[in-house]
Design a protein around this ligand. Structure first.
Ligand SMILES: [Zn+2]
Length: 109
């Protein structure tokens, strides 16, 4: 999975296609990501106590990682990433401009 929490992503499909927003949660098991303001579902809550009103809660539902693309921090374009290995770390590199998005240190023993 090449998307992480805090990444800016471009939405490729669904009703929010074309939007750019921030990843708030990553669900590695289901390859899902929850993106701020994207795939909003309205949950209707019944009143719990007498006199209380029901509510509509807007909740962002997860979307599949294949439907988002990382937005490069340096060229500001949605781009694929390539994993480049340097010594003991793996860097996510933007395919378009070659900027390093971040690098993760991998300890090989
Ligand atoms: Zn770039």
């Amino acid at each position: 999975m090449n998307i992480k929490k805090g990444d800016n992503v471009y939405i490729l499909s669904g009703k929010d296609r074309g939007k750019t927003s921030k990843v708030v949660k990553v669900l590695p098991k289901s390859l899902g990501v929850v993106v701020e303001g994207v795939n909003i579902h309205v949950r209707h809550m019944r009143p719990r106590k007498a006199g209380e009103r029901g509510q509509k809660l807007s909740i962002a539902a997860p979307i599949h990682t294949s439907n988002v693309m990382l937005v490069c921090a340096s060229c500001k374009k949605p781009a694929r990433t390539r994993n480049v290995r340097k010594n003991d770390s793996v860097a996510r590199v933007c395919v378009k401009c070659g900027a390093v998005a971040d690098s993760i240190s991998v300890t090989t023993s």
